[in-house]
Design a protein around this ligand. Structure first.
Ligand code: ADP
Ligand code: MG
Length: 277
């Protein structure tokens, strides 16, 4: 199978205020395959957002190359097709919602594609249903909760019929209810509709839900493995100043208190099973 996203030895430099240069990405290579759900974790400043912006050509590599659905991000003629096929959802939904009603907001992208009005209408309705926000379609976005706003932002992206959505800390500004709503939406789009999802997060309980976890440190990928494998490396994660999932932490404590419990527990369900045995 061909990779949907192919990041090939990419280095990205920024000029800093004091006129030095930093490599925010330092020879990074990564392939993401169709239908995968990949989480990206790493300390602040490790290069996660810079990586995300390379996936939809908001940034271009100083060295190496990025292809999305086989299209090189460096070719200007590919720009629109790359932005359509790899959508992005950012941290602050208020920066993404611009219109006076929910449905106008979702229509914004399809309108820019120059689609006929009937096609725009059907895409808007379908997208809002897919994120469970159809009944709010005539409301003003500012009357919505954070989680609802973020779901409208996701609807705006799926109205473009993307193959990939890159989520850059989409739950960072949400309360626990909003976080759960957005995570359910992402999980459903991935599992039931085959959407490829790249989720940048600092919540380990969110990363656990992915098929694969990428760990970044100082512009490099330092781990790339199944959540079970990544979160079993407790000492290494601590060295990288990353948390481990709360239930995993609990499992380790119970283990050191003498209980016969595996330390590979990642979810509340697994913990319940282990305790019942
Ligand atoms: P993360 O998303 O993991 O927090 P970023 O990709 O935002 O990391 O940043 C990686 C590094 O690049 C950090 O050291 C950050 O300070 C620096 N950086 C990010 N954006 C810019 C910019 N526009 N100009 C200069 N330096 C930047
Ligand atoms: Mg970031």
């Amino acid at each position: 199978m061909d990779a949907l996203i192919e990041i090939n030895h990419v280095t990205h430099y920024y000029n800093t205020a004091d006129e030095s240069v930093i490599a925010a990405l330092d020879d990074v290579s990564l392939k993401v395959f169709p239908g995968e759900f990949v989480a990206v974790i790493g300390h602040n400043g490790s290069g996660k957002s810079t990586l995300a912006k390379h996936i939809n050509a908001l940034l271009l590599p100083d060295k190496g190359s990025v292809t999305v659905a086989g299209l090189d991000t460096k070719s200007p003629e590919n720009l629109w097709e790359i932005r359509r096929s790899a959508g992005m959802v950012f941290q602050n939904p208020d920066n993404q919602l611009v219109a006076t009603s929910v449905e106008e907001d979702v229509a914004f992208g399809p309108e820019n594609l120059g689609l006929p009005a009937s096609e725009i209408r059907s895409r808007v309705d379908e997208s809002l249903k897919r994120v469970d926000m159809y009944s709010y379609r005539e409301q003003s976005p500012h009357t919505l909760s954070g989680g609802q706003k973020q779901r409208v932002a996701i609807a705006g992206v799926i109205a473009m019929r993307p193959e990939i959505i890159v989520f850059d800390e989409p739950t960072a500004m949400l309360d626990p209810v909003g976080r759960a709503e957005v995570m359910q939406t992402i999980g459903r789009l991935n599992r039931e509709e085959g959407l490829t999802a790249v989720l940048i997060t600092h919540y380990m309980d969110e990363a656990v839900e992915a098929d694969r976890v990428i760990v970044m440190e100082q512009g490099k990928i330092v781990m790339d493995d199944h959540p079970k494998k990544v979160f079993s490396q407790v000492a290494e994660l601590r060295r990288l100043h990353l948390d481990i999932p709360q239930v995993t932490e609990l499992a380790i404590q119970l283990q050191s208190a003498g209980l016969n419990i595996p330390s590979s527990i990642l979810t509340v369900e697994e913990m319940a099973d282990a305790l019942c045995q």
